[in-house]
Design a protein around this ligand. Structure first.
Ligand code: HEC
Ligand SMILES: [Cu+2]
Length: 477
């Protein structure tokens, strides 16, 4: 009997050991701590690693603001934010630090705001203690008991709206022993925006509560706007660098499927915890109000694309960033393209794009206006993918339709191109193309319409094409 309870006791003590260590640990009294002010950084910058080996009293000064800024070129939004950017500044402290947190709400604000830091042990993560009307300041204190990477966000009602308008950021609590040193650190937060207008619709766009309720955002972005991490704003590193990304998701609704195209995460601190949960990871899931730290060494030069791999969010809603890696090529790891040619199937030089069902030949000739309308539809569906919506083509790959001397020079030839496809060298407006256009499997009426349309659009002016003319060329074989 004694033995059983002794064993049980022992088991109990071992299993509680971790908790005991953390919460009843003797922290040095607050009065004895050295005082310092936290260095905050604007994304994608990360505050410097903490070098001290003891806790401190850290003063954090954070301001809440409301302002108009661009979501994408020509589209404005009224952001509510911590600091003057979305996400808010990154905060970096050390396990055991005692934080004196000042939340200052700018006098021009229309709303009260507060802050819930997921790193806080205490009611509301500090929300009650930090509730601040415009033009006021609140101070609350907390001990950073748990190391890890945490989201902070506003938790003032309506909470969803404060978060949807941009009120979130990351706080890193370094473990006592510190994090392994790396060469480059970046701060990236994904979030969504719900606007009354569709993606790209110009002007000042108000928040759309209905779309937010249905969780169908118009924008999914990294660091608060489309293009915050591309072109001149791209992240950069050099070959051989160990890169760490502190990645958070503000939401309000969508989780991120975070992926870097052309890289593999060597280590992932899943869910922002302090343990490497997995190695050699392609895509890591991060929930709203959650985070992850990912680390990878960059071995070859190139532009590596950060995406939410729910891929329409990336290519159509804005969730794209770039990491530009500079240095010497290493063909032992990646060669780039070493050959390009045309892939021909045996027995035929030109393939036909198959059509579900041959449409019955239409005999009625449409009016010019109807052909233009029909032709536009046919063009958008069958041609724009290669020749582009505005007919401008793609240099070196697809010749232009706009102001094309080749197109306008010969009506019959253009009919034949659509019926039979085209391959071999041609010259369009002085540029040579040597590629393949597949035959299009369009019926006579569609061909008459689309040719009438392109011969009278994009700066072209010419005679319309009739069904009779198409029939004639079709018969010629
Ligand atoms: C898969 C890509 C692709 C699609 C789809 C496509 N084309 Fe082309 N098109 C080409 C290429 C490539 C050439 C040049 C072929 C060559 O180099 O010999 C070309 C050439 C042409 C030309 C002659 C050159 C010029 O610019 O005037 C015309 C006219 C043309 N296409 C019209 C159309 C129309 C109309 C459609 C839709 C019904 C269409 N194409 C769909 C790839 C495409
Ligand atoms: Cu708020």
């Amino acid at each position: 009997m004694y033995l059983v309870s002794a064993v049980l006791m022992l088991f109990f003590m071992i299993s509680c050991n971790d908790n005991v260590k953390k919460s009843s640990k003797k922290w040095p009294p607050v009065e004895s701590l050295p005082v310092e002010e936290a260095k905050l950084t604007t994304a994608p910058n990360v505050p410097p690693a903490i070098t001290r080996k003891h806790p401190a009293k850290v003063v954090v000064n954070l301001e809440t603001r409301e302002f108009n800024a661009e979501l994408v070129d020509g589209v404005e939004y009224t952001f509510w934010a911590f600091g003057d950017s979305v996400p808010g500044p990154m905060i970096r402290i050390r396990e055991g630090d005692f934080v004196e947190f000042h939340l200052n709400n700018h006098p021009d604000s229309k709303m009260p705001h507060n802050i819930d830091l997921h790193a806080v042990t205490g009611q509301g993560g500090g929300a009650e203690g930090s509730f601040t009307p415009p033009g006021k300041t609140s101070i609350f204190n907390f001990r950073a008991l748990n190391p890890g990477l945490y989201i902070y966000h506003c938790a003032t009602a309506p909470v969803g709206m404060h978060i949807a308008n941009g009120m979130y950021g990351l706080i890193l609590v370094e473990p006592e022993e510190g994090l392994p040193p790396v060469d480059k650190e970046f701060y990236v937060v994904q979030s969504e925006f719900y606007t009354e207008g569709k993606f790209g619709e110009k002007g000042l766009q108000p928040f759309d509560m209905n779309k937010a309720l249905k969780e169908i955002p118009d924008y999914v972005v990294f660091n608060g706007k489309v293009g915050a991490l591309t072109d001149t704003n791209a992240l950069s590193a050099n070959i051989g660098d160990n890169v760490r990304i502190y990645f958070g998701v503000g939401g309000p609704n969508l989780q991120s499927n975070f992926h870097v195209i052309g890289e593999i995460f060597d280590r992932v601190y899943q869910e922002g915890g302090t343990k490497v949960a997995q190695k050699n990871v392609q895509t890591t899931i991060v929930p709203p109000g959650g985070s992850a730290m990912v680390e990878f060494k960059v071995d070859v030069p190139g532009t590596f694309i950060l995406v939410d791999h729910a891929i329409f969010r990336a290519f159509n809603k804005g969730a794209i960033g770039q990491l530009v890696v500079k240095g010497e090529e290493n063909h032992e790891i990646y060669t780039g393209k070493t050959y390009e040619g045309i892939y021909m199937l045996e027995g035929s030089t030109i393939q036909t794009i198959p059509k579900v069902k041959e449409k019955k030949d239409q005999v009625v000739n449409l009016s010019f206006a109807d052909k233009m309308k029909e032709g536009k539809r046919v063009y958008k569906r069958n041609c724009a993918a290669c020749h582009q919506k505005d007919g401008s083509g793609l240099k070196g790959a697809f010749p232009p339709i706009a102001k094309s001397d080749y197109l306008m020079a010969n009506k019959e030839r253009s009919i034949k191109i659509l019926l039979k496809g085209l391959s071999g060298k041609i010259t369009v407006n002085g540029e040579t193309y040597d590629s393949v256009m597949p035959a299009m499997s369009l019926d006579n009426s569609d061909i008459a319409s689309v040719l009438t349309y392109i011969r009278n659009s994009f700066g072209n002016k010419g005679k319309e094409v009739t069904i009779k003319e198409v029939k004639k060329v079709r018969k010629e074989k």
